[in-house]
Design a protein around this ligand. Structure first.
Ligand code: NZQ
Ligand code: ZN
Length: 395
């Protein structure tokens, strides 16, 4: 093992911690661009509490509301314009992953010359990463992406229907205020999609990472088991604050880099899902619930022992031998059944997606991520035909 690791985001975690917002933000600026989504924070009172905390600390705000799920490039440009016009010196994201991702790019846009889309990987020759951003403070209202404590952002270019990502050190939030109380209003289906998303963040590195990372395996298994224990409780009773807290902590840990460190795994399931949410505007976590089990059945053929380990350690299945196909199949079936039991779709038709565009999805997937032979990186690397096969098996 050989790696370097640094995550500079300060984490403030716990019920009621929203009250820390004003003084936290005041340490970084006097005028905040306050970025929000489609209105949930206004309906449930979170917005008013945030504004009060900011104003008590002497921070004024310029508002950028209306960030949509699967945020668009034009929304990011709109928010950057507001920040520029209003002279904001700090950015506060109050919402789900979409709001946080959009806010990060708004913060970087002020220092970025040229087309913002050039930050995002989409097969271009002269990609330029952002190097500077206004200080960012994240306040997630949904447990899912982990965007609050990582340096990634995922944005859709609505003109080309390509959804892509950027990771850059300047996009790390200065502070993440993670208050599980803010998630009690998240509807059951979104709660379930968040559970699926956080589990998928760790299954990606678990199945696609390099060999010889036994501690990282245990971290990933710990996240999966915790999410499978507490996720259903949060779905069943949204007001169960203990369940909300455990799920949200799991979602932070799942993608703040700690579980992945040293594994160097690519994210094939995410790359395929991003194409589905780009074309059909479905919830990211719902798309993952469809793609991940189908991908697992495909990938198990090339790395059976890893899938036996998953079956054994997650579901207590005893294999007959280290590559036992029955144990593998049962492990994946039970994982899929878990996703269904909390309310996730696991077939494309449930998300209203048919087979008309399968080849296009495969093509778009490798535009964003490909190796020198044009294949989607992962274990195994996938040709476009492989991607079509996986998606067809999920119809
Ligand atoms: O927009 P509002 O009105 O706030 O409603 C949202 C939205 O409709 C609602 N919601 C959020 N908090 C709520 C709430 N409803 C009631 N009460 C609350 N407290 O939930 C809906 C979904 O919100 P969204 O932000 O889209 O969900 P999520 O957090 O799952 O974010 C998904 C986006 O993040 C990207 C995805 O691709 C997708 O675009 N990802 C970002 C990553 C990252 N930056 O690290 C990694 C992920 O793998 C992912 O790709
Ligand atoms: Zn994800």
């Amino acid at each position: 093992m050989k790696f370097t690791f640094h995550n500079p985001t300060d984490l403030i975690f716990g019920a009621g911690m929203l009250s820390e917002l004003g003084k936290t933000v005041a340490a970084y600026g006097k005028k905040a661009l306050l970025v929000t989504g489609g209105g949930s924070v206004k309906q449930n009172g979170t917005f008013d509490r945030a504004v009060k905390s900011l104003s008590e600390a002497g921070v004024s705000i310029a508002e950028c509301s209306g960030v949509e799920p699967n945020p668009r490039l034009s929304t990011v440009e709109r928010g950057a314009g507001i920040a520029r016009r209003e002279g904001c010196d700090v950015v506060v994201a109050l919402g789900g992953g979409s709001t946080m991702d959009a806010a990060k790019i708004m913060a970087a846009a002020l220092f970025y010359d040229g087309d913002l889309w050039n930050m995002f990987l989409h097969g271009q020759k002269n990609r330029r990463l952002p190097e500077r951003a206004l200080p960012i403070v994240t306040v997630p209202t949904l447990a899912a992406t982990g965007s609050e404590m990582n340096c990634g952002s995922v944005i859709t270019n609505e003109e080309t229907t390509i959804k892509s990502f950027v990771t850059a050190p300047c996009l790390y939030p200065k502070v993440a205020i993670v208050d599980p109380e803010l998630t009690v209003s998240v509807p059951k289906h979104q709660t379930a999609f968040g559970v699926c998303d956080l589990i998928t963040h760790v299954t990606e590195s678990y199945f696609n990472g390099v060999d010889g990372t036994p501690l990282q395996d245990r971290f990933a298994e710990g996240v999966i088991l915790t999410a499978m224990e507490w996720g259903p409780k949060a779905v069943t009773d949204g007001n169960d604050l203990e369940a909300r807290a455990q799920v949200q902590w799991a979602s932070v840990v799942a993608l703040n880099g700690w579980v992945q460190v040293g594994t160097f795994g690519p994210y094939p399931v995410h790359m395929i899902e991003h194409v589905l949410s780009a074309h059909h505007d479905i919830a990211h976590g719902a798309g993952l619930a469809i793609v991940n089990p189908a991908w697992m059945r495909f990938a198990a053929r090339t790395r059976p022992s890893r899938f036996v380990q998953f079956a054994e350690r997650i579901f207590g299945i005893t294999p007959k031998h280290p590559e036992d196909p029955d144990a593998i199949a049962e492990g994946i079936d039970r994982f899929e059944e878990f996703l269904r039991s909390i309310g996730c779709p696991t077939r494309l038709f449930e998300a209203g997606i048919g087979d008309a565009l399968l080849a296009r999805y495969a093509e778009d997937t490798v535009i964003v991520a490909h190796d020198d032979q044009g294949r989607l990186p992962g274990r195994p690397a996938m040709t476009q035909a492989d991607i079509v096969e996986v998606l067809r098996s999920a119809l």
